[in-house]
Design a protein around this ligand. Sequence first.
Ligand code: NAD
Length: 419
Amino acid sequence: MGPWNDPLYDTTRDLILRTAQEIGIDPNIAGRLAVPDRAIVVSIPLRRDDGTVEVYTGYRVQHNDTRGPCKGGIRYHPHVNLGEVTALATLMTFKCAVVGVPLGGAKGGISIDPSGLSRAELQRLTRRYTTEIINFIGPGKDIPAPDMGTNPQVMAWIMDTFSQTHGYAMPGVVTGKPIELGGSQGRLQATGRGLVYTVVDAAKHLGLELKGATAAIQGMGNVGYWAARRLDYRGTKIVAASDVTGAVYNPKGINLKKAYVYMQENGGIAGFPGAEAMDPTELLTLDVDIVIPAALGGVIDAKVAKKLRCKILAEGANGPVTSDGDAVLRKRQDEIFVIPDLLANAGGVTVSYFEWVQGTQNFFWSATEVNKRLESIMVTAFKKILKVHVDENLDMRTAAMAVGMRRVSEAMLLRGLFP
Ligand code: NAD
């Protein structure tokens, strides 16, 4: 629709409007929530190492700041476009509300494949992008974090560019920073760890024993790898794993620490000797207890949703299910328990919030304290959404959206419409 034309945006908009109708949210509020507060589009000229200059397009979208400053990741990926970034910013608004952190939703990104860039090129790209959006971000305004294709080093460059421009160190402008620069203990693992807390609760609800259960992970990046490690710790066998290079399968369970070393040395999971190669397109529909999509959005359409055989679908990625796919999953609720992205991957923004709080107080917590607080927030959010799911007879995705939308719309009504 309009400038936001993108399948993920359409899916997100449908979910907002459908949920609003189902739970009776004021249509004026719902209409407002279907579009962002503001969207910034910038051009980023990048001098390559060979002296040539290429121009890339970057975005920062702030969806809603009613409950606090905007917060959201920065993605470097060739698919990045205005509609997708807007959809991801929108999801962030409701995700922050679902876990009860006082922040709004934002997202940013550059349409580029970062794997082809040297470290120096990546740094120049990041610093120029930061300069282009510098008036719109800040510790009390909008706080970026890592997402696909970005990492703590990229956050350090953003923090440095922002601080150099303002004349003093301002670590609070980003989260997901290296620990040495005021990053939080546990942030790197937070999304995967948080996801597994929700899987533990879902398994309890279903009477599924995690010890000896099986799981498949699509996308062995930050989220997928740490989710796999935490499940492995609880005795679940990770029988299949994939990334952009390919997929591997081992019915006895993949040795994750060895896989990690292999991926570092070889740039991906394909060819990992501790497992056999498999067709990546079959991973999501394997006969396993838990499936975790943790890569791109839109990977589960109606066709894939019909073929899913898992008991729990835990959405590490943002927007992995299309609208059509979701319609199928709603019909299959009794067979497949969905932990929607709004809840499943909210551990990342929760610990980002902790990092922001620690930074403003200049008082840092231990990893044990971070993880304890994270668990408490994830468990509380899971319980609340499960209650809405059961009491109001809503599927888990709509229940999560209902919790988020109610909190945001109540805050909007209290603040009123300006002017
Ligand atoms: P990442 O860049 O660390 O990892 C992404 C992984 O997906 C990589 O292993 C990549 O090879 C793989 N991948 C890419 N295309 C693929 C394909 N077609 N098939 C299989 N694998 C593919 O990114 P990340 O931070 O782990 O983010 C992954 C997802 O989780 C994204 O949707 C992101 O928005 C979401 N997410 C991330 C965080 C976070 O804290 N990092 C928080 C919430 C949500």
